[in-house]
Ligand binder design. Structure first.
Ligand SMILES: Nc1nc2c(ncn2[C@@H]2O[C@@H]3COP(=O)(O)O[C@H]4[C@@H](O)[C@H](n5cnc6c(=O)[nH]c(N)nc65)O[C@@H]4COP(=O)(O)O[C@H]3[C@H]2O)c(=O)[nH]1
Length: 825
């Protein structure tokens, strides 16, 4: 036994203590002994130093071995205690051994003492060693536990394919809670795509092949959501049994950002926009394929270059430095730039420059994204052209015209100059549209636009406002009369017929003129007043031009006023009929008369029909007025007939609107019947337009009247471009040659030729021909020569009130004979 043995001996007798010591030393043991008798002495001795063994007599009067064993147990001391006695019963020995004593030696046979001591000391040493190991293990286990518990990395342990442990981090990552504990749950519930068997085999592999590649797998959290993880698997021992340790990292975010990065890279690679990345000094680091496509530079050519290579010299250095200042201060810039391709071509781009910063806000890169907007710009300018031009004629439209006028006005105001607005409207364009169709109408408008453009100077603007309305802006006028020169020039240019689809169309225009500053100082006033002037030009006989006067404004107001007053005109008996005789050009006899409507306005006096019939048509009053006219004319005819002074035909005007009225036939039949006027004394005058636009509806209506005995005349003939040859299909008796041809006779050869053609054709078709508006003897004699049968006009008589007409009839047929020098000779 190495070293000195320290043995406490609980013994009341000094003598026996001596025996025991003697027995111990007999075997050359190096022993230090101390004798104690009481509990206090034992306590003290144990506190003072370490003891290897205790021998205790069982017969101590003050202190028995049970108490000694209790004390050792209390103090958690593993010191072997051997009983020595000579008088103890077996039962007692057994109970003390049970209580913790290690052996019993009979005092009478101390030869066993030393071997017993040696054995107990050895066993105690073994026990101590085992305890030390156990404690070391416990400490290391504690350390591991602490480490695992507080590790920020989620760790869990599986045993028999069930979860047996998970640390705080794992708990959190898997959203495990007290309500949804994961302990004891099967691993398969957690690892969706890695069955426990796979984990086990991986774990086995890790231990043998040092396979430290993590397993990527999806874990199902307690709340039902899933997370992407990377799991390191290793075999461990847990509570004495083999287990699998799973250390995992939640890589959901990383996976997502990886996917996003990959996506972004793909987008950059395949986008149509050029993408360029520079470092903070502006050196180009990378560019995508679209960049090369747009600029013509390959990647190697552009890398390490500077973006200034791409920007055209159209932009000044100051502009570019301001641009970069903006990027540096705000982080981005976007706008249009003119770039230059490798081949030198300059092209527009839409560019966005952004600064990429790190988490601390330090600039890392600049990203420039741009697209070639050449075709966009082209489309834009086409759209702009479309928005500002009339698609039919390609002339500026109202929008652009107003814009130009606005600019011109500003300039004229600054330079104290005058300008003119001409408002042009084609005469009887509606007739052309109705008779020849819209396609021809459109062709004509195109030709008109061309002529207008040819006439005007470069800095004048001709525009089409819509329909057959055009405007012309004449700038820098020296004198207002120059506007009239332009108007006359336009009318002159229109004299030559327009050749449309093999036809020759004669078109005239009425033009109104307003002058800045006299007639208006802004766009609205000047246009409105030129329009009003145009109306007056039309009223005064078409193919005219008129300047705007303030009086015109008044008449425009009147138009509005008249419309309201017209409603009461009928009730208040303000309408009346005038009669204009129709004369035989053979002998000067009156063959009939035309009833012409007048409005006797209490304030304005006699108003001609041209001023209120259009209003009546617009408001629908024409029906009531038409009924009144027919009734009045029938009454008058019957009266004159009954007087025996009138046997001719009474011509009554019917407008298109009236023909379209559904109950016209019934009403008219009723009016004629009730008046007692013989229907064959009546003639309806309709314009060509009735047949062109409303052919299907009009012919049956007129047929009914014809059957009644009423004859039909076509009024204003020659202005509607109707095909002369199809006249024979119509239920008509008479053609009235339009006043405008007669007016231009005999000096205008065109007018003469047209009139002659109408007369010859009419005769061939068996129609009567009446010339309207005969004012001179020259016109009369020419018409007579041409074979025209009938005439009407101021030469014989203007339209006159009923009483005057009656008087005229009473004076007899001689009334007009003085115009016929050869009469009676
Ligand atoms: N410069 C000139 N003019 C002459 C001459 N001889 C006759 N006139 C005018 O020529 C027009 C002939 O009538 P319209 O062509 O049927 O043209 C008529 C007709 O279309 C329409 N109208 C007249 N009365 C009625 C009516 O009761 N109902 C309908 N629906 N329309 C009517 O109003 C138009 C104009 O009528 P008014 O102003 O009475 O104008 C009349 C008449 O005064 C002449 O030698 N020189």
């Amino acid at each position: 036994m190495p070293g000195q043995l320290r043995i406490l001996i609980i013994e009341g007798s000094e003598r026996i203590y001596g025996f025991i010591c003697q027995a111990l030393r007999r075997k050359d043991l190096n022993v230090l002994t101390r004798r104690i008798e009481t509990r206090e002495a034992l306590t003290q001795a144990l506190e003072q130093s370490d003891w290897d063994l205790i021998l205790s007599n069982t017969d101590n009067p003050g202190f028995n071995p049970e108490d000694a064993l209790k004390l050792l147990s209390e103090k958690q001391l593993d010191i072997p205690l051997i009983l020595v006695s000579d008088s103890i019963g077996e039962e007692k020995v057994a109970s003390l051994l049970k209580a913790g004593a290690n052996d019993y030696i009979n005092l009478n046979n101390l030869t066993r003492l030393v071997p017993a001591v040696v054995r107990e000391l050895k066993e105690a040493a073994v026990r101590r060693e085992a305890e030390k190991t156990k404690q070391a293990l416990r400490r290391s286990e504690n350390r591991y536990r602490q480490l695992v518990d507080h590790s920020p990395t989620p760790i869990l342990l599986l045993q028999n394919e069930r979860i047996v442990f998970l640390n705080e981090a794992a708990s959190q990552a898997l959203s495990a809670s007290l309500d949804q504990p994961l302990i004891n749950r099967p691993a398969d519930e957690l690892f969706i795509d890695a069955p426990a068997a796979l984990l086990t085999s991986r774990s086995a592999k890790t231990s043998t092949e040092q396979d430290d590649q993590p397993l990527q797998t999806t874990l199902k959290r307690a709340d039902g959501n899933t997370i992407q993880t990377e799991v390191f698997i290793s075999p461990v021992e847990y509570e004495g049994a083999p287990a699998i340790q799973l250390v995992f990292t939640d890589i959901t975010n990383r996976k997502e950002s990886d996917a996003k990065l990959q996506q972004a890279a793909q987008i950059i690679e395949h986008t149509m926009e050029a993408v360029l990345i520079t470092n903070i000094d502006g050196t180009i680091e990378s560019a995508n394929p679209a960049f090369s496509e747009i600029t013509g530079y390959t990647q190697p050519e552009i890398i390490r270059n500077h973006p200034r290579l791409l920007i055209s010299a159209k932009h000044s250095p100051e502009f570019l430095s301001e641009l970069w200042d903006h990027v540096r201060s705000t982080g981005s810039w976007r706008g249009e730039l003119w770039n230059q391709r490798k081949n030198g071509e300059i092209y527009p781009v839409w560019m966005t420059i952004s600064c990429v910063r790190d988490q601390r806000g330090e600039a890392l890169h600049y990203v420039m994204v741009f697209s070639d907007i050449t075709s966009l710009k082209q489309t834009q300018s086409q759209l702009e052209h479309l928005a500002h031009h009339d698609s039919l004629t390609n002339l500026p439209n109202r929008l652009l015209f107003e814009d130009r006028l606005e600019h011109a006005l500003a300039q004229a105001k600054r330079q104290k100059r005058q300008l003119a607005v001409l408002f042009l409207d084609l005469d009887r364009f509606k007739n052309i549209n109705d008779s020849l169709g819209h396609a021809m109408g459109d062709e004509l408008l195109k030709e008109v636009a061309k002529r207008l453009q040819n006439i005007l100077r470069d800095d004048d603007t001709a525009a089409r406002l819509g329909g057959d309305e055009f405007t012309v802006l004449v700038e820098n006028l020296e004198d207002p009369s120059q506007a009239a020169v332009v108007a006359a020039k336009i009318q002159d240019k229109f004299k030559a017929p327009f050749k449309i689809a093999g036809r020759e169309l004669h078109v005239t225009a009425s033009i109104g003129i307003s002058i800045f500053p006299e007639d208006g100082r802004d766009v609205a006033d000047l246009t409105k007043n030129a329009d009003a002037a145009m109306y007056q030009a039309k009223e005064q006989g078409r193919n005219n031009y008129r300047y705007y006067t303030s009086e015109l404004t008044r008449s425009a107001f009147e138009r509005l006023l008249l419309e309201t007053e017209l409603r009461s005109a009928l009730k208040e008996d303000q309408l009346l009929l005038y009669y204009q005789p129709q004369i035989s050009l053979k002998n000067g006899e009156m063959t009939g008369a035309e009833a012409l409507l007048r409005w006797h306005h209490p304030r304005l006096g006699i108003i001609p029909p041209a001023r209120f019939i259009p209003l009546a048509e617009e408001s629908g009053l024409i029906h009531e007025i038409g009924n009144w006219v027919l009734n009045e004319a029938c009454q008058q005819t019957r009266y004159l007939y009954k007087q025996g002074i009138f046997q001719g035909r009474m011509a009554i005007n019917l407008s298109v609107r009236q023909i379209m009225q559904t109950d016209l036939i019934l009403r008219f039949e009723q009016i004629i019947a009730e008046s007692g006027c013989p229907p064959d004394m009546l003639q309806f005058e309709v314009t060509e337009g009735i047949f062109m636009g409303q052919m299907k509806n009009s012919v049956p209506v007129l047929d009914v009247f014809k059957k009644l005995g009423v004859s039909i005349a076509i009024d204003d003939f020659g202005t509607g471009y109707s095909s002369l040859s199809y006249l024979k299909q119509l239920p008509i008796d008479k053609l009235k040659i339009d006043r405008s041809f007669i007016r231009d006779m005999p000096h205008d050869s065109d007018a003469v030729a047209i009139t002659q053609a109408i007369i010859s054709l009419g005769k061939n078709l068996g129609l009567r021909i009446t010339a309207e508006g005969i004012e001179t003897m020259a016109q009369q004699s020419l018409l007579q020569k041409m074979g025209c049968q009938e005439g009407q006009g101021y030469l014989y008589s203007p339209p006159v009130p009923g009483e005057v007409f009656e008087q005229m009839l009473m004076e007899g047929s001689r009334t007009f004979h003085h115009h016929f020098s050869n009469y009676g000779s």
